[in-house]
Design a protein around this ligand. Structure first.
Ligand code: GLN
Length: 540
């Protein structure tokens, strides 16, 4: 069992997660089994109650864990399925320790950060690592060295180094920023020097320094970092801005990082197999043709709020051989301005998930526009629910049809709270969450998208559902529910046959999208957008 612990210095948001995932992908390419643990030093027990504007999207795992979006990067880069145990937060750690204390497990001892909190942190890391059976566990420590919140985790990491067998079994990778200053564009190493100094003061000696920056490090700058930070020259690695995050593994590999890490860990894995990955990156970077997809959302100012959708479109783009450009629209803007103006020229529309009523009417306007103008549409979760609402209002003529999330008095609550949600008071981890099986009807678009599979498994995060009382009547006309939960009670997919592509899902297909296997529905939308664009072109 070996560990690679990734810390960050200078400032947050340097893309530590991408660095760590890329290292993982490279080691996987050498035939090793790799897993990942993400540590978030905040006090929340999980990311489920956090506003997407603060931390980006809430990523949902198979077991229903609501996690930091970096878990998504690990799943995508490593093509693994992680559980909520792979996301450790201060809240989770303290909750366990305090519950144990109340239970009397510490037998009268004074319960302290060292050793009780640090032990709990180490135990959690080791447990996950053992359960996964991985050769290498990547541990990414969120936040920046020097933060008060990070201290117990860094201390635990320091202890883990010894307990894991020291040199060769536990490697520290420190990511920093090398900014460029002045008119001559000088690369500055001082912030890196300072953050390494801080790390050393805690007792952690970095083995590798990954320097983020606009450009590759100049040779002299690499030497300077090597000298001042006491790291071998070959262990100072540049991570310049890349056009795509999927190019990062190759950028690191080309500088010899994989070989260096393997040598340090005394692992002999000379055979490199990254064929599928490389061909994905090649297709992604060399598209022929382009489609434009509008995303009508609520948190579009911070694109990280829709991270998994963005990545699913990258995966779909590579598989479809086109470039997918995204047009970001706020639902609210589609209330004051005409959909025909804001959506002019798009080849497809995505209505993603969301909570709360801001922008909902604008999203409904966008769905109506897509339905009437035959523009390919994919609705996800809230997007699915609103597609049903729009249909009931404008096709079935139930004027005030709505979700009871937005109007509790409507005569037509076509979307209503899940029965088991009615008594729920706590907000954390109480939705219908995680992977559930879905049965797909024969001869449906959904079944075709999923290559003929009768049963699929996708991830969920919702409190509301299609109201069973209205299903029969809705289905009498054009909108059909072609995907249902195993017991037939929950509606999971809605689609319209008399439309080039009108598919909406209660589940979130974006969470299982992978570079080497794009989300089937996102790919379906992109393919339909491709057809739509060529038809428009032919008409001109
Ligand atoms: N607000 C809706 C619900 O709770 C949709 C949730 C979502 O889009 N993730 O059911």
């Amino acid at each position: 069992m070996k560990y690679i612990i990734v810390t960050g210095g200078v400032l947050s948001g340097l893309g530590k997660g991408i660095t760590a995932s890329s290292i993982g992908r490279l080691l996987k390419g050498r035939g090793l089994k790799v897993t990942a643990v993400k540590i978030d030093p905040y006090l929340n027990c999980d990311a489920g109650t956090m506003n997407p504007y603060q931390h980006g999207e809430v990523y949902v795992l198979n077991d229903g864990g609501e996690a930091d979006l970096d878990l998504g990067n690990y799943e995508r880069f490593l093509d693994v399925e992680l559980s909520s145990d792979h996301n450790i937060t201060t809240g989770k750690v303290y909750r366990t320790v305090i519950e144990r204390e109340r239970h009397g497990d510490y037998l009268g001892k004074t319960v302290q950060i060292i050793p009780h909190i640090t032990n709990e942190i180490k135990e959690r890391i080791v447990r996950v690592s053992e359960a996964s059976g991985a050769d290498i566990t990547l541990v990414e420590l969120g936040g920046t060295v020097g933060d008060i919140e990070s201290m117990p985790f860094l201390e635990a990491a320091r202890q883990l180094f010894r307990e894991a067998g020291g040199e060769g079994n536990c490697i520290f990778v420190h990511t920093t920023l090398v900014p460029i200053m002045g008119s001559v564009g000088e690369q500055k190493t001082k912030p890196t020097q300072h953050s390494v100094k801080e790390l050393r003061a805690i007792g952690i000696i970095p083995d590798v320094i990954v320097a983020r920056g606009e450009k590759m490090l100049d040779y002299d700058i690499k030497r300077k970092i090597s000298l001042f930070c006491d790291v071998p020259l070959e262990a100072v690695v540049s991570a310049p801005d890349a056009n795509s995050i999927y190019q990062v593994p190759e950028i690191l590999d080309a500088q010899g990082l994989t070989d260096y890490l393997l040598r340090r860990m005394k692992l002999d894995c000379p055979k490199r197999d990254m064929k599928k990955w490389d061909s994905f990156v090649h297709s992604l970077m060399n598209p022929s043709g382009e489609v434009e997809i509008a995303i009508v959302g609520k948190y579009t100012e911070l694109k990280d709020s829709y991270m998994s959708h963005i990545e699913a479109f990258h995966h779909a783009a590579a598989e479809a051989g086109v470039k997918v450009s995204l047009r970001w629209l706020e639902g609210e803007d589609l209330e004051s301005k005409k959909p025909s103006t804001l959506l002019r020229g798009v080849d497809g529309i995505l209505i993603p998930g969301g909570f709360g009523d801001r922008g909902v009417e604008g999203k409904i306007n966008a769905i109506r526009y897509a339905r009437e103008k035959h523009i390919p549409l994919l609705g996800v979760c809230l997007g699915f629910q609103l597609a049903v609402v729009e249909y009931c209002r404008n096709v079935l003529g139930w004027k005030d049809a709505n979700s009871s999330e937005f109007n509790s008095k409507t005569k037509y609550p076509v979307i209503d709270i899940l029965p088991e949600q009615k008594g729920v008071k706590d907000m954390g981890a109480t939705m219908r969450l995680g992977a559930h099986d879905i049965e797909l009807k024969q001869n449906s678009i959904a079944r075709t998208l999923y290559s003929g599979k009768a049963t699929i498994s996708e991830r969920h995060r919702h409190r509301y559902e299609v109201n069973p009382k209205f299903i029969m009547e809705i289905e009498k006309s054009g909108l059909k529910f072609t995907g249902r939960s195993k017991d037939g009670v929950r509606m999971e997919v809605a689609e319209m046959a008399e439309h080039p592509f009108f598919v909406a899902t209660q589940f979130h297909p974006e969470f299982k999208s992978r570079p080497e296997k794009a989300s089937r529905t996102h790919l379906g939308l992109v393919m339909a957008a491709k057809r739509y664009r060529s038809r428009i072109k032919a008409r001109k």
